[in-house]
Design a protein around this ligand. Structure first.
Ligand SMILES: Cc1ncc(COP(=O)(O)O)c(C=O)c1O
Length: 426
């Protein structure tokens, strides 16, 4: 097997600081984990360093990172230029209460990528961006309902959490205003518009919903959504928090030819620092213009902070057409390899370009994914607990082939799902 550890930097560890760190998580976090999306059934490995496509855990063990913080890090960890940009900004002051030059520069390069959008507003997370987009659509239309796919994840906003079925703590009045259809279910879509068309403020769409298996939606379904939304005066809000990395101008426009009323993004455009963004035409974005009567409020203490904006600018500058294409080809190579080796053991590799979603054929998919996580970690690969994976620009074909080899061993070791009758596993 190819040694992909060559040239990796040595981590200087202070064992005293990291002693028992895994167990210490359980003492500080409910459920022993800092975010629900990181839940692994037992104390998660604690990472102490990342460089390129590697991460190191507190025990000093090196892993190839296929999570990249839930698809955020297009350039892997601690990229020299991205890090230098963040440090430069930090040295000039971490944040200000007035506009800064880095946010304007970031906005200019971002808007260049989506020429049908006139304006952008930043947030600190994708959650805030999708929530704000929904509020904008409601304010513009004077309607309350939103329509989305079930399941699809759009962050932690009350209404949007309903789309992934997590309604504990969400007021019933809020979830009652959310209409759900299954991905590619055109019949249910037409029915929803027939019944509620004049009360729908927006359709919120992720064109490759990861929680529904990471398959790109069918172009025919997407075309129906766009035309029904337009017919009924509902805004089309496309959530590209993940998928914006798949094409310079985002997935919706590049692959489906869509010109959404509002495009929401985040993750990759922040160079590894917290970010969200809402982009759209002048008439739609005008609802955020405080000089206008009945505008809506959009704040955020850390919105547009220079450190994120500077790192994000550097990351975007390094991610032009050729590099996006090369990364998508690497993702394709990984997906094909994982499909071939995982299929006999009940695993499907979906996704598009640089994003790969591993799906188990199992009655207990979450448990199965957790089992795979732990085996992969032993084999030197850091997966995301959800099975949403991505490649990063420091990788090349050799790294991908080595990853496929390692994952093939994981599929073998894990064997077929007990509930799956068609696998060949041990
Ligand atoms: C499609 C999508 N939308 C929105 C979000 C929320 O973004 P954030 O975690 O930055 O709040 C996520 C996060 O994973 C996402 O995948």
């Amino acid at each position: 097997m190819t040694r992909i550890e060559e040239d990796a930097p040595v981590v200087a560890m202070d064992a005293r600081d990291w002693a028992d760190i895994r167990e210490r998580q359980a003492l500080v976090y409910p459920g022993g984990v800092g975010r629900s999306s990181g839940y692994l059934g037992r104390p998660a490995p604690t990472l102490v360093r990342g460089k390129g496509y590697y991460v190191w855990d507190a025990e000093g063990s090196q892993k190839v990172d296929l999570s990249n913080n839930f698809t955020t890090l297009v350039h892997g960890h601690a990229h020299r230029e991205v890090t230098a940009a963040a440090v430069r900004a930090l040295e000039n002051g971490a944040c200000f209460g007035l506009p800064n030059s880095d946010e304007v520069r970031h906005a200019e390069v971002l808007l260049e990528r989506v020429p049908w959008c006139d304006y952008v507003r930043y947030t600190s997370t994708g959650t805030e961006a999708t929530m704000t987009a929904v509020r904008m659509a409601r304010a513009i239309s004077g309607r309350d309902k939103i329509l989305g796919l079930s399941p699809s994840y759009h962050g932690m906003g009350d209404a949007l959490l309903s789309m992934i079925g997590m309604t504990a703590g969400v007021p019933r009045g809020v979830s009652d205003d959310v209409l759900l259809v299954a991905p590619d279910d055109r019949h249910a879509l037409v029915e929803a518009f027939a019944q509620h068309g004049d009360t729908i403020a927006a359709v919120v769409l992720d064109l490759m919903p990861m929680s529904a298996g990471g398959r790109p939606l069918s172009p025919a379904f997407v075309a129906s959504v766009a035309s029904l939304a337009q017919q009924h005066g509902a805004l089309l809000v496309v959530d590209e928090v993940i998928s914006f990395r798949l094409a310079v101008q985002g997935f919706a426009n590049a692959v489906y030819g869509l010109l959404p009323d509002l495009l929401v993004t985040g993750k990759a455009i922040g160079g590894g620092l917290p970010i969200g963004a809402i982009l759209g035409r002048r008439d739609v974005m005008g609802i955020l213009d405080s000089s206008k009567p009945r505008s809506i409020f959009h704040g955020g203490t850390f919105t547009g902070n220079p450190v994120t904006m500077s790192a994000g600018y550097a990351a975007m500058k390094l991610f032009q057409v050729d590099e996006v294409g090369r990364l998508n080809a690497l993702g394709e190579r990984l997906r094909n390899g994982l499909s071939k080796t995982g299929e006999p053991f009940g695993w499907t590799a979906n996704g598009y370009g640089s994003v790969v979603r591993l799906e188990p054929r199992s009655q207990e998919p979450d448990e199965r994914l957790r089992q795979l996580f732990w085996i992969a970690f032993e084999e030197g690969v850091a997966l995301a607990p959800s099975g949403t994976l991505c490649v990063s620009t420091p990788m090349d074909d050799t790294v991908i082939d080595s990853l496929v080899e390692r994952m093939s061993r994981c599929f073998h070791r894990l064997g077929s799902s007990p509930e799956s009758t068609d696998g060949l596993g041990e």
